[in-house]
Design a protein around this ligand. Structure first.
Ligand SMILES: [Zn+2]
Length: 478
C-alpha cells in the first residue's frame, strides 16, 4: 500500500480501488459507479444528516431533476455562474423540445417558483425544505472519485423567512449542523470561512463554507451555506403579506452538504497505510469474525463463530463471519483495508473458553472479551474509538494552521501543507487583484475570513502593501 503522508494522491486512488468503494470504468467521462461498500456508509450518513435537518425544523421534499431554461435565466448572476456547467436536455424521443431543460446543477431555480405559490401569508413562514438528491455539473477540473465528479450526491435545504435576522440565524444553524454531524458524528475537523465577495455562490449576498484539510495540504470544501437576501425572492416573486396587509419579499438561505464529498473527507482524514478506518456508526460491518481453523476443532470454531454473529445481531451490531478459504492473515489485511472497526478472532481455544481476542482497527489494541460481554463492550469501545479518532484528527488539523506576514513566508508555510492566516487589504471585490497575485505567486487561494472569530487586522496586505483590513486564510485547494 502507498504511504498516505508522502504519496497521498496515489494512496487515495489505491484505497478507493482496493476497498472497492467505486468503479471508474463506466463509459461516460467524469461519471463513476459508487459501490456497495461506500454506498452502505453514505446511506447511513444521509440518515444522520437528514435527522439533523428534521431536528432543526426542515421538512423533506423531492423536486424534479429538470429545470426549464427560462427559470434558470431569472437570476442573472446565478445563470452566469452555473451555465458553463449545465448538462442540457434538448430532445425527447424524436421531438426537439420547445424549451431546453437543464439537468439540475442545484435547485434554487426549480424550487423558488414553487415557493412563490406556496407562500402567501406570514403563517406560511418560515418555510424550511430539504431535498436529498443528486445533481449534475459539467466539471472541467480533473475529476476524482467522491471528491469531484460530474454527478454527485448531496442534500440541499432552501429556507424562506419574513426577516433578514431570521435568515442570518439560519446560516448560523446550518453551520452548527455541520459541526454536529461532520465533526461530531464523522470525526472530520474543519473551519468555516466567510468567502470573499469575489468567490461567493452565484446570486448570494454572502457565502460561508467549511474547509477541511487533506493530508497533502490542500483544503477540500465541505458544506457551504448562503445568505441569499432577497436576490432570488425578487425575480421569483417569493412574497408574503405582512400584518399590515402589505406585500414583502422573503429573505432566503440555501445550504448544501455533499454526502459523497464528505465521504472523501472521512476516507482521507481517518485512513492509514493499511486502508480505510471507518467510524463505528458508519461501518457497513462493525465487527468481522475471523475463524481460525485447526484440524480437529473446525466444527466447534464454526459453531462458536456463528453464535457470536447472532448474539451481536440481537444487540443491533452489524457482524459477519468470514468463511472464505483465505488464510487468517489474508483476512486480517482485507478487513483492515475495508476499515471494519473491530476484528474478533475465534479459534479452538476461544470456542472452548468463550473468551475472544478483539482487535480495534485504528490503534490495533487487543482485548480479551467474554462472550456475554461482547455486545456491550463493542458499543462502548466503538464510541471511544470515535472520540480517539476525533482527537487525533483535530490535533493534526490544529498543527497545520500557520501565520505569515509576507508573500515569501506564506509560500514557505504553504509548502509545508498548511492553512495560513495573513494580513489582507479587503475581502470586497477590490481585493480580487491581490487574490490573483497570491494565486500566481503561490498557487493558492484566498479562502476567506474566519467565521465566528473576530480577528483584528494588523500590518500590511501581503500582496499590495496597503493597510490590512482583514485576516485572510489562504490554502491550496481541490
Ligand atoms: Zn491587497
Amino acid at each position: 500500500m502507498q504511504n498516505k503522508k508522502s504519496n497521498f494522491s496515489e494512496w487515495y486512488t489505491e484505497i478507493t480501488k482496493e476497498a472497492k468503494l467505486c468503479d471508474l470504468r463506466y463509459n461516460v467521462k467524469g461519471f463513476v459507479i459508487f459501490m456497495p461498500w461506500s454506498v452502505t456508509s453514505m446511506k447511513k450518513m444521509y440518515n444522520i444528516y437528514e435527522a439533523e435537518m428534521e431536528r432543526t425544523g426542515h421538512k423533506p421534499a423531492w423536486f424534479p431533476a429538470l429545470i426549464p431554461e427560462s427559470n434558470f435565466h431569472k437570476e442573472s448572476k446565478h445563470v452566469e455562474g452555473f451555465t458553463p456547467e449545465v448538462f442540457w436536455v434538448e430532445r425527447a424521443g424524436d421531438n426537439k423540445l420547445e424549451e431546453r431543460l437543464a439537468m439540475r446543477p442545484t435547485s434554487e431555480t426549480a424550487m423558488y417558483q414553487m415557493y412563490s405559490l406556496w407562500i402567501q401569508g406570514k403563517s406560511d413562514l418560515p418555510l424550511k425544505i430539504y431535498h436529498p438528491s443528486q445533481v449534475w455539473r459539467y466539471e472541467t477540473k480533473a475529476t476524482r472519485p467522491f471528491i469531484r465528479s460530474r454527478e454527485f450526491y448531496w442534500i440541499e435545504s432552501h429556507d424562506a423567512f419574513a426577516t433578514e435576522a431570521e435568515a442570518r440565524a439560519q446560516v448560523q444553524e446550518d453551520m452548527e449542523m455541520a459541526t454536529n454531524v461532520i465533526f461530531g458524528e464523522f470525526g472530520v475537523p474543519f473551519l468555516f470561512f466567510e468567502r470573499p465577495q469575489w468567490d461567493k455562490f452565484p446570486g448570494a449576498v454572502s457565502t460561508y463554507a467549511a474547509d477541511c484539510l487533506m493530508p497533502d495540504g490542500r483544503v477540500l470544501q465541505l458544506p457551504s451555506t448562503h445568505l441569499l437576501g432577497q436576490n432570488f425572492a425578487k425575480p421569483f416573486d417569493v412574497k408574503f403579506l405582512n400584518e399590515k396587509g402589505e406585500s414583502e419579499y422573503c429573505w432566503q438561505t440555501c445550504y448544501g452538504p455533499c454526502i459523497s464529498r464528505i465521504y472523501a473527507a472521512i476516507i482521507s482524514t481517518h485512513g492509514d497505510d493499511s486502508g480505510l478506518v471507518l467510524p463505528y456508526s458508519l461501518a457497513p460491518i462493525q465487527a468481522i469474525v475471523v475463524p481460525i481453523m485447526r484440524k480437529g476443532s473446525e466444527e466447534a470454531v464454526e459453531k462458536a463463530a456463528r453464535e457470536v454473529v447472532s448474539l451481536l445481531a440481537k444487540s443491533g451490531i452489524r457482524a459477519e463471519v468470514d468463511f472464505s478459504p483465505n488464510t487468517p492473515g489474508f483476512k486480517y489485511n482485507e478487513w483492515e483495508m475495508k476499515g471494519v472497526p473491530f476484528r474478533i478472532e475465534v479459534g479452538g481455544r476461544e470456542a472452548e473458553s468463550g473468551i475472544f481476542t478483539v482487535v480495534r482497527r485504528d490503534i490495533r489494541a487487543k482485548a480479551q472479551v467474554k462472550k456475554e460481554e461482547l455486545a456491550t463492550w463493542l458499543s462502548h469501545e466503538g464510541a471511544r474509538m470515535l472520540d480517539d479518532m476525533k482527537k487525533k484528527a483535530q490535533a493534526s488539523f490544529d498543527s497545520r494552521l500557520a501565520k505569515a506576514d509576507s508573500m515569501e513566508a506564506l509560500s514557505a508555510e504553504l509548502e509545508k501543507g498548511k492553512i495560513v492566516a495573513v494580513p489582507f487589504c479587503t475581502m470586497e471585490k477590490a481585493g480580487e487583484a491581490c487574490a490573483d497575485a497570491v494565486k500566481e505567486k503561490c498557487a493558492a487561494n484566498v479562502r476567506g475570513t474566519r467565521y465566528g472569530k473576530h480577528e483584528r487586522a494588523h500590518g500590511k496586505c501581503i500582496a499590495c502593501g496597503k493597510d490590512a483590513a482583514a485576516i485572510a486564510y489562504i490554502a491550496r485547494q481541490y
